[in-house]
Design a protein around this ligand. Sequence first.
Ligand SMILES: Cc1cc2nc3c(=O)[nH]c(=O)nc-3n(C[C@H](O)[C@H](O)[C@H](O)COP(=O)(O)OP(=O)(O)OC[C@H]3O[C@@H](n4cnc5c(N)ncnc54)[C@H](O)[C@@H]3O)c2cc1C
Length: 197
Amino acid sequence: MAFARTPQRARAAAASDHHAEAEERSAEQGSLPERRENPLPTILQIRPFENREADHAERQRPGAIAVDADLVGGDKRWCEVDHVTYESVKHKNIHVVGDATIDLPVPKSGNVANAMGKICATAVVNLLNGKEPPVIAPGNTCYSWVNDKEAIAVVNAYKIENGKVVQIEQKLTPGKSVAVARNSLAWRASIWNDVLG
Ligand SMILES: Cc1cc2nc3c(=O)[nH]c(=O)nc-3n(C[C@H](O)[C@H](O)[C@H](O)COP(=O)(O)OP(=O)(O)OC[C@H]3O[C@@H](n4cnc5c(N)ncnc54)[C@H](O)[C@@H]3O)c2cc1C
């Protein structure tokens, strides 16, 4: 029987047609999907978040240049470095900073990568001048705006102990605040100025 479709009816009919076609395909393949009153389009049948997160983390790698230069370490993924100079433990006179590194108790963050870059540059200048590199630990602050006026932050402090970076403390701001939001704007201006000049 033919009838004029309203936009709503047309959408409902299209969804129904789509589901019917999917059932036909499943039947041809030997399995019938469970019938539901309001079937969800197949595209919404997503995998659990934890699996996607784990898969994503598993796929993370440093740039090919790190692999080609044989800087990747025992875990076959990341580059082990000296915690003071960021010199590769595999190859002398090659320094690696940022996300490509492993074994430091720091998050893979832009804040940390930026700090590592500065510390490493200072170390390299000192090494080139035959001087002992200064012992400097990175730091990390991660801001999150929770509305249009307020933010929270998590701050990680580190020190160097026996040549290794160790975490001193991790502090979360007590609550959302305008002051933290203001700090984040100053932090943003500062790090963008560092990175982009
Ligand atoms: C969605 C998302 C959100 C994030 N949010 C935050 C945040 O809010 N705060 C924060 O601190 N961090 C954040 N991070 C993490 C942050 O982006 C990284 O930790 C940081 O960019 C790492 O810097 P990096 O210099 O080590 O690596 P990258 O930023 O990846 O830089 C590596 C560079 O090397 C280049 N490159 C690769 N191979 C070659 C080659 N052969 N020759 C020349 N160049 C090459 C690449 O093109 C790239 O530009 C976020 C990351 C993601 C993915």
